[in-house]
Design a protein around this ligand. Structure first.
Ligand SMILES: *Cc1c(COP(=O)(O)O)cnc(C)c1O
Length: 395
């Protein structure tokens, strides 16, 4: 039996007819940028998450960069985040000119250790980026309590956590700004790159929208006024087409970038968003089978934070014999992956910041032990049984 970590062909097969139709419709309409599908998808995403504003962007990394820029974070500022995440979280902080400050993780949940955040806060600290790693929600009450006490922002990196919940509330609603990625292998993935930023703050939403498209037009002017505390009515943009032929497009008010979700991706994502609850249930069910099957082995299975709903973007195990077990599973046709082999504070690019081995011991320990086994909604029970048996044989 050959089982990959994620099988996107199975997912496509399950939505082929509606996806093909939607894509062809976009091609026929020839409105490729900021068309009806993008507008509708943003609205549907807001309804799904339960937020006021959703701003789609080119990818999850841009979502983080634009979010930090909208909060006015840049040179001289510090942003606290976890040392155990995908590189983009830390990269976005450095990209806007700020300094990433890494905090070690909780050894059980792999999420930021909230007891170690406060000691890293100083007068330059502007925000905490909480990463719900592998789809497992962080302790948001504690993070928000600390942030409020020190008047700093909270950004959620929810790239791996769509549909996850904390105390019955959807991930993405528990911070000033939350960022999602639609990279194909994410739980809600498109057929290319895509991302989303959500916020309940209308002024932030205006600035975010301006930043994603060159700070131009009516929205750019509104953003300029917000950022400069100017209280002045901005005349409504009455043109029906605000993308290609709008003359206001060539009046620029703030320095932004070009990072938009395209119409083809939005058309596909609208179809997939309707399936996400069902797909999430299936992931959770698959995780239950794994947990149950691996109970009697000496492998460490995922631990969910109290009050959290884990959505198993990845199903992560720990073993002191990681390399051997992964090689054994490979022989059996079972794919595995290492997430993440190098914690952020030990990445070569951050070497000049002066971190050394031992600064984040839990992250370092986990980086030598964790590995992912196949996890996706369409995974069959008999495949799960086969994987569990193979792991037990190795044990
Ligand atoms: C995937 C991911 C990102 C970046 O998203 P892209 O769409 O690939 O740019 C950021 N943070 C985390 C935790 C991720 O998993």
């Amino acid at each position: 039996m050959n089982i990959s970590l994620i099988d996107l062909k199975r997912q496509y097969a399950s939505i082929k007819d509606e996806s093909d139709e939607a894509v062809l419709k976009v091609l026929n309409n020839a409105q490729y940028i900021m068309g009806e599908n993008v507008k509708s998808f943003e609205k549907e995403f807001s309804d799904y998450i339960g937020v006021k504003n959703s701003i789609s962007v080119g990818n999850g990394t841009d979502a983080l960069i634009i979010a930090l820029k909208a909060l006015g974070i840049g040179c001289g500022d510090e942003v606290i985040t976890t040392s155990y995440t995908f590189f983009a979280t830390a990269e976005a902080i450095s990209y806007v000119g700020a300094k990433p400050v890494f905090v070690d993780v909780n050894i059980d949940t792999y999420n930021i250790d909230t007891t170690k955040i406060e000691e890293k806060i100083n007068e330059n600290t502007k925000a905490i980026i909480a990463v719900h790693i592998f789809g497992n929600p962080c302790d948001m009450d504690e993070i928000n309590r600390i942030a409020k006490k020190h008047s700093i922002y909270v950004v959620e990196d929810a790239a791996q956590a769509i549909a996850a919940e904390y105390k019955g509330k959807k991930i993405g609603t528990l911070s000033d700004i939350a960022c999602f990625s639609f990279f194909p292998t994410k739980n809600l993935g498109c057929a290319g790159d895509g991302g989303m930023i959500v916020t309940n703050n209308d002024d932030l939403a205006t600035v975010l929208k301006a930043l994603r498209v060159h700070g131009s037009g009516e929205n750019g002017l509104k953003a300029y006024n917000i950022l400069n505390n100017i209280n002045e009515e901005v005349e409504e943009d009455k043109s029906t087409d605000n993308t290609v032929y709008n003359p206001l497009k060539y009046y620029n008010y703030i320095i932004g970038q070009n990072s938009r979700l395209d119409e083809l991706q939005a058309a596909i994502l609208r179809i997939k968003l309707r399936k996400i609850s069902n797909w999430t249930d299936k992931r959770i069910n698959n995780a239950k089978f794994y947990n149950e099957g691996l109970k009697e082995t000496n492998l460490v299975t995922p631990v969910v934070e109290e009050n959290g709903k884990h959505v198993y973007h990845l199903y992560i195990l720990q073993s002191e014999k990681r390399e051997e077990i992964c090689a054994y599973l490979k022989e059996k046709g079972i794919a595995t992956g290492t997430y993440y082999p190098v914690p952020m504070h030990l990445q070569k690019v951050f070497k000049p910041m002066g971190y050394v081995e031992g600064d984040c011991p839990n992250s370092e320990y986990l980086s030598k032990r964790t590995f992912a086994i196949p996890m996706f909604p369409e995974l069959e029970k008999e495949e799960i049984d086969y994987i569990v048996e193979a792991i037990k044989e190795f044990n």
